[in-house]
Design a binder for this molecule. Structure first.
Ligand code: 4NP
Length: 157
C-alpha cells in the first residue's frame, strides 16, 4: 500500500518542525502505524542547515520521552512532489511555502495546511516561535503540537 508522506515545516527547522516530526513519529509508533508513513521536517530558511535541533527543544522533548533526531534542511521544490501533506507552523511559513510552490511547482497539489488547523485543546492559530524566548516557550510549543499533531493523525485515519 502507498505510504502517506508528511513534511512539517517551520522557519529554521531546529525548533518547531523537528519537534512536530518527533511527536508524530512517536504517535505512529504508539499506534503501530509507522510502516504506513514517511515523515520529515524542513525549514524555509537556510541558516541552520545540517545542525541538530536546538538543545533547549531537545531537552524539553526528552523530558516527555520524545527523541528529536533530525538534522536541519531547507524545503526544496522536490518536496512538493514527494509529500502528500506539508504542514506549516505559522502564517509566515505557510505563505512562504505557497510562494515557493507557485514559483517552482505550480501544478503540484500537495496539501499545504497550518498544523493549527487540526488543534482542539489550544486556541493558538499559530505555533509560536520559541527561539528568542525563555525555556517555558519550548514546553508550550510541545503542548500545542501534541494536541494538533494528534488531531492531524485523527483527521486522516
Ligand atoms: P524554528 O525556530 O523556526 O522553530 O526552527 C527558529 C530557529 C532559528 C531562527 C528562527 C526561528 N533564527 O532566526 O535563526
Amino acid at each position: 500500500m502507498k505510504k502517506i508522506s508528511v513534511l512539517f515545516v517551520c522557519l529554521g527547522n531546529i525548533c518547531r518542525s523537528p519537534a512536530a516530526e518527533a511527536i508524530f513519529i512517536k504517535l505512529l509508533e504508539k499506534k503501530g502505524l509507522t510502516e504506513g508513513f514517511i515523515v520529515d521536517s524542513a525549514g524555509t530558511g537556510s541558516w541552520h542547515i545540517g545542525k541538530k535541533a536546538d538543545s533547549r527543544m531537545r531537552i524539553a522533548a526528552e523530558r516527555r520521552d520524545i527523541n528529536i533526531l533530525s538534522r536541519a534542511r531547507k524545503i526544496t521544490k522536490d518536496d512538493f512532489e514527494k509529500f502528500d501533506y506539508i504542514l506549516a507552523m505559522d502564517d509566515s511559513n505557510f505563505q512562504n511555502i505557497q510562494a515557493l510552490r507557485d514559483r517552482t511547482s505550480p501544478n503540484n497539489f500537495a496539501i499545504i495546511k497550518k498544523i493549527q488547523y487540526f488543534r482542539s485543546v489550544f486556541n493558538e492559530q499559530e505555533v509560536p516561535d520559541p527561539y528568542f524566548g525563555g525555556d517555558e516557550g519550548f514546553d508550550h510549543v510541545l503542548d500545542i503540537l501534541e494536541d494538533s499533531v494528534s488531531g492531524f493523525l485523527e483527521s486522516i485515519s
